[in-house]
Design a protein around this ligand. Structure first.
Ligand code: G4P
Length: 529
């Protein structure tokens, strides 16, 4: 294997995800990104609610009905000199766990903000997550074809609320009905906007220089004058782009545009391919693993069942951390200590699954999973190492699940364990009775589970209320103390889908009491895979 090839290929990769508040325009911008990546011939095929066409990345009936994307998918396309991997994150709040884990598999993020609204709740939360790894952030201020808030005020809000410096790369000329385009600060040119061409890649008119009289005649002398004055202020008051600060997650380049009008998305993509980092090294329990190492390694951040009804299988999504994957290669599945031959990994070209001939660090490949792969698993070319930092969150809602037909207990358990392997829900089996308790981070997951049990496992199940307020994974280094704790608290203990010991508390008061009573036992809110 030639290291030069690996270096070249890895250097081209840009792997990113979009973070935003629902309705800010993530789906629309994804569609336009794919249009620029020539993965879509015409925009309008990602999500055409009501038109009978649906997102290429959508696959479940439920998504179609609700018009939301509950799954993560991966899209790869060439842009400029780069090969871009866009990881789609579920937009609905209930699926935040999946979103968090997806953010562990990218090297940068695009933050989309509705410029009429400014910084919203979910963006705040997601930014906190990206902070854990100092992920570089690119910002797109969307919906300039509407009346937006004062751009300077928007930048201030991002700086103050998200604690990141803003460096505007483009600056809007008007907004709403009088949106004329943007001035690109780095290129010293005005790019003019035409409404109604959002479904295509437009031929744009460009005016060089800020003092060019052509600018006055194109946008009107009032707006041209306003732009010149604003830019003076912007240049004086805001930060200049600084690559180092961007790469350490302290400064974000800001672009203005409209995803619906497909305007400004290409400026953002130009910035992303130029500045966003190539695949970064990853921490493992043993050492830092560099992307350009010769040997292959990767970790699984998501498992998903039956993506395509024609392929009734489960796919484990693996981020390649280092080296190169080639078809048929042997990999060590570190957790179970087995070497497996992988001949049929898949790539994700805009939702169409294709067989991957080869992949490099930064890429995502899909492995067919027959139940042996779990979220967080590491694969290597023989080395004993384990990538860290892929979290599992304690669920906050609980229901007991019961069968309509009691003879199908075995299928029910199998279905639940497989669905919990995907990380979408968690299943708990109390030590002292035969209940099955499903725990989720959000309500929608309960519906998804019952829907999928029926369609994929042919089991009809219903929920009942159960007296569980919260769950914690428990650990204790002292075997004697753990034993005593287990005996005294057995009524509150259960095993999760991976047979890990869990404390299920009927009330928060009960949890707090137990934590006080057993100071040597750790009650963990997250479990690292
Ligand atoms: P999300 O994935 O972040 O939830 O947002 P999505 O792209 O679905 O966009 C939410 C709504 O905002 C959609 O309208 C979409 O058309 C609109 N939108 C996105 N970008 C822009 C933009 O640049 N300008 C304007 N004016 N609107 C934009 P909707 O009415 O909810 O849905 P639809 O019926 O248009 O599909």
């Amino acid at each position: 294997m030639s290291n030069k090839l690996i270096q070249q290929e890895v250097g081209k990769r840009r792997t990113f995800a979009i973070i935003s508040h629902p309705d800010a325009g993530k789906t629309t911008i994804t569609e336009k990104v794919l249009l620029h990546g020539h993965l879509l011939q015409q925009a309008g095929t990602v999500k055409g609610r009501g038109s009978g066409q649906h997102a290429k990345s959508d696959w479940m009936e439920m998504e179609k009905e609700r018009g939301i994307s509950v799954t993560t998918s991966v899209m790869q396309f060439p842009y400029n000199e780069c090969l871009v991997n866009l990881l789609d994150t579920p937009g609905h709040e209930d699926f935040s766990e999946d979103t968090y884990r997806t953010l562990t598999a990218v090297d940068s993020c695009l933050m989309v903000i509705d410029a009429a609204k400014g910084v919203e709740d979910r963006t705040r939360k997601l930014m906190e997550v990206t902070r854990l790894r100092d992920t570089p952030i690119i910002t797109f201020m969307n919906k300039l074809d509407r009346d937006i808030r004062d751009p300077m005020e928007l930048l201030d809000e991002v700086e103050n609320e998200l604690n990141i410096m803003c460096a505007p790369i483009s600056w809007p000329i008007g907004c709403g009905k009088s949106f004329k385009g943007v001035y690109h600060l780095h290129r010293d040119e005005t790019i003019l906007y035409h409404s109604g061409l959002g479904h295509t890649i437009q031929e744009v008119r460009i005016i060089k220089g800020l003092d060019n009289p052509a600018l006055d005649s194109a946008v009107g002398s009032d707006l041209a004058q306003q732009l010149r004055e604003e830019l003076e202020l912007v240049r004086g008051a805001s930060n200049e782009f600084d690559e180092e600060l961007f790469l350490s997650g302290e400064l974000t380049p800001v672009f203005f545009g409209t995803a619906l009008g497909n305007f400004g998305v290409d400026h953002m993509l130009d910035g992303l391919t130029k500045w966003a980092p190539a695949p970064k090294p990853r921490q493992s329990s043993e050492r830092l693993v560099e992307a350009t190492e010769d040997n292959f390694s990767g970790f699984v951040f998501k498992i998903q069942a039956n993506m395509d009804p024609k392929h009734r299988d489960r796919i484990a999504f693996m981020r390649v951390v280092s080296g190169q994957y080639t078809q048929g290669m042997k990999m060590k599945h570190v957790r179970i200590g087995k070497t497996v031959s992988i001949s049929d990994a898949v790539t994700f070209m805009a939702g169409d699954r294709e067989r991957a001939e080869e992949a490099f660090a930064g890429d995502i490949i899909g492995l067919h999973n027959h139940g042996t792969i779990q979220i967080g698993d590491t694969f290597t070319q023989g080395e004993e190492l384990k990538f860290t930092g892929i979290p599992n969150f304690a669920p906050e809602m609980f229901r007991r699940i019961r069968l309509k037909d009691p003879l199908k207990q075995k299928q029910l358990l199998k279905g639940l364990v497989q669905l919990s392997e995907e990380g979408a829900v968690q299943v708990f089996r109390p030590l002292e009775n035969n209940d099955l308790i499903v725990g989720a981070v959000g309500v929608l997951q309960f519906e998804v589970v019952v829907g999928r049990l029926k369609s994929e496992y042919n089991v009809e199940a219903i929920y009942e209320a159960v007296n569980v307020a919260t769950a914690r994974w428990v650990y204790c280094n002292d075997a004697k103390k753990l034993d005593e704790f287990q005996r005294k608290c057995s009524f509150n203990l259960a095993l999760d889908g991976g047979d890990n010991l869990t404390y299920i508390a009927p009330t928060m008061v009960n949890l707090n009491l137990s934590m006080e009573r057993y100071p040597d036992v750790e009650f963990a809110k997250t479990r690292e895979h």
